[in-house]
Design a binder for this molecule. Structure first.
Ligand code: HOC
Length: 384
């Protein structure tokens, strides 16, 4: 019998039972002590909302726009790596669910399904996330493929030119297909749905990279190639070059510092994302929600400020919006849905968050997002 799912935590627990441990851990982990990962959720939870009563709540809406794109709620699916390892064809399923719901899907460079795979199952523009690699011809090819696929925005990630260490990945020996050790075989034996799904698909490698990287024939060697390819020399000059080559809407991801936010504005980007990569990179960095008000104060009228980090509910979306975010991203929340129930699980995740957002706005006496500002928050609970 299917369990009753009423919140993101239910999806997380089901995903934990259904996804092989090394891939569940990959999605769920933060770097080093995971202090930033935990702070993302804890600092959001510490902000308290102000209830209002006797407000006419008959006409309500969670609709908004993100970089000019109408959205059912200001929530996009974040560009998560190896999404197709949470569930066979994961990126295609998540993109379809997002499109049907009316929110943007962002495909990671490090996805299992390729740009073309996702294009083949969608009709609306999805967004493509780019990591900068040393091989500039490869970057150009990726940008051209994103253009040919009519992607609606390029999300350029600037905080992962070197990789944060995630203890769980090292301990699990993260690789794909999982190495046939006794531990892995015993684990896989308890995950029959996942195994059947993977047997039924050919998409088990980094789809955007296969065919471009010479001598790479498995996900393990692809991952080694990728580590060697991420360019530690990346600078704002490259951002300018990429913007020119792309020519469309540009979103800069990974901003935690006011000065970097000003540089993002100067680069001509359409939006920036306040993000610590889900606590997966600089362990010891502040939570995203603690940084958000300072970035909004520094650049909020010049560029659209977006937010990710720790969103597990509609209440969290409302708090970020109230502090000036004009778009948010969910990563782990939708991955739990995907791992738990495939496409239906992503839809379930979006439904849960939208319902929570709608009802929480209503409890705060607000009918639409244009009525929401920091006055819905209890001042002494705000990040300092
Ligand atoms: C082995 C591939 O966003 C993450 C991702 C991308 C990392 C690529 C590494 O794990 O945070």
């Amino acid at each position: 019998m299917s369990p009753v799912i009423t919140c993101i935590e239910d999806l997380r627990q089901l995903a934990r039972r259904r996804v092989p441990r090394m891939f569940y851990d990959y999605a769920d982990a933060g770097s080093w002590t995971e202090s930033t990962y935990r702070a993302n959720e804890a600092d959001l939870a510490a902000i308290k909302l102000r209830q209002r009563v006797a407000v006419d709540l008959t006409q309500r809406s969670t609709a908004a726009t993100m970089i000019g794109t109408p959205v059912a709620m200001p929530v996009a699916l974040a560009p998560t790596g190896l999404t197709g390892m949470q569930h066979a064809d994961g990126e295609m399923l998540a993109a379809r669910a997002a499109e049907a719901f009316g929110v943007p899907f962002t495909l990671s460079t490090m996805s299992i399904c390729s740009i073309e795979d996702v294009r083949s199952v969608t009709t609306q523009p999805f967004w493509f996330q780019l990591y900068v690699m040393k091989d500039r011809a490869f970057i150009e090819a990726l940008i051209d493929r994103a253009k040919a696929a009519r992607c609606g925005a390029l999300v350029l990630t600037l905080d992962l030119q070197i990789l944060g260490q995630r203890h769980k990945d090292l301990k699990n020996g993260l690789s794909s297909p999982p190495k046939p050790t006794l531990t892995n075989l015993l684990d896989l034996a308890t995950k029959p749905r996942w195994c059947l799904g993977m047997l039924g698909t050919k998409r088990r490698q980094f789809g955007n990279i296969v065919g471009h990287a010479k001598g790479v024939d498995s996900l393990t060697s692809l991952s080694e190639w990728t580590h060697a390819q991420f360019d530690p020399a990346l600078n704002w000059g490259d951002v300018e070059w990429i913007k020119k080559r792309w020519g469309g809407k540009l979103i800069i991801k990974g901003i935690l510092d006011e000065e970097d936010a000003r540089l993002a504005v100067a680069s001509g980007a359409d939006a920036l994302i306040v993000s610590n990569h889900g606590g997966r990179q600089l362990d010891g960095a502040e939570s995203s929600i603690a940084v958000l008000p300072r970035i909004v104060a520094a650049v909020g009228s010049q560029i659209e400020v977006h937010f990710d980090g720790g969103i597990r509910s509609g209440q969290d979306v409302l708090k970020a919006w109230a502090l000036g975010a004009r778009g948010t991203y969910i990563g782990r929340a939708f991955l739990y849905g995907l791992g738990a129930l495939g496409e239906a699980g992503v839809t379930k995740c979006l439904e849960i968050i939208q319902r929570e957002l709608d009802l929480t706005m209503a409890f705060c006496g607000r009918r639409k997002l244009s009525e929401v500002d920091a006055s819905v928050l209890v001042p002494h609970t705000l990040p300092r």
